[in-house]
Design a protein around this ligand. Structure first.
Ligand SMILES: [Ca+2]
Ligand SMILES: [Ca+2]
Ligand SMILES: [Ca+2]
Length: 268
């Protein structure tokens, strides 16, 4: 149903360019994996604006999704997944094609969620949509939440006079990790952070990445809106099959029996 609608919209030539910083995964899709082989994928040329976007979503007034960068991946089988993010420098191209030089110094934090933002040609979600504003408390800075489930809405679309109703995209929180020495951090501030998630089920996943220096959002910080480069690596491992465990346990049992017999016969 959804696929059919997307296809119809594509055929109709709906080519709207997303406005600034709607949630989109352009150049940030790690890919689709079945976990049968060890696979590592690195995405470069990314940047976050400011060094505080991720951690600002850990507090009571939510965070601004413009200050984090969304990545995605898809699993077709249950798999172990390691996500790693680190600082980077170099040229990054924004969605308008403008080239910026990204700085070193990102103190990265990220959260993993099950779920995806709506994808083009469905309108992309953003903090400022009526649905987003209606779906969060008045005091919230935006829709992003780093340590719990959250949702964000898009605006209604229009296709040759047919309205595509606004809808919410849902992100179901799985876990997070962040660089640094603060409470709950990875303990070593080295501008990189990595975490392994075991036995993730088949499905679509989103990862939101940003800075984790809470005080960097102060207006007194000259780098409040500096573009910090980042690169991300996703490694998909192998979850042993139940039969493998069974064979392993059976093998250990057999070894134990042989050892016991050798001990009895004095041949060890
Ligand atoms: Ca906040
Ligand atoms: Ca804030
Ligand atoms: Ca670290």
């Amino acid at each position: 149903m959804k696929k059919t609608l997307s296809y119809a919209l594509l055929l109709a030539g709906m080519t709207s360019v997303p406005a600034m910083a709607h949630i989109g995964y352009g150049h940030r899709n790690f890919g689709t994996f079945d976990g049968s082989t060890l696979t590592s994928t690195t995405l470069t040329g990314q940047a976050a604006t400011g060094n505080w976007g991720w951690i600002d979503g850990t507090d009571a007034d939510y965070g601004n999704s413009h200050r984090v960068r969304p990545f995605r991946f898809t699993l077709t089988e249950e798999s172990n997944v390691t996500l790693s993010f680190k600082e980077a420098t170099g040229e990054v191209t924004d969605h308008r094609g403008n080239v910026h030089t990204a700085e070193l110094g990102l103190i990265p934090g990220f959260s993993l969620y099950q779920g995806l933002a709506s994808l083009r040609p469905i309108p992309l979600p953003h903090d400022g949509s009526d649905l987003s504003v209606a779906s969060r408390p008045d005091y919230a800075e935006g829709s992003f939440r780093a340590m719990t489930d959250w949702s964000i809405g898009n605006s209604p679309g229009d296709l040759n006079g047919t309205v595509i109703p606004a809808r919410l995209s849902f992100f179901e929180y799985i876990g997070h990790a962040y660089d640094g020495t603060g409470y709950g951090s990875d303990g070593t501030q080295d501008n990189m952070v990595s975490h392994t998630f075991m036995n993730l089920g088949a499905g679509d996943y989103s990862v939101f990445v940003g800075g984790s220096d809470y005080l960097a959002q102060l207006d007194s910080n000259p780098d409040k809106m500096t573009k910090y480069g980042l690169e991300g690596t996703l490694t998909v491992g192998v979850v042993p099959e139940p039969e493998t465990y069974a064979m392993l346990l059976a093998g250990l049992g057999l070894m134990g029996a042989i050892t016991r017999r050798r001990i009895r016969t004095g041949s060890v």
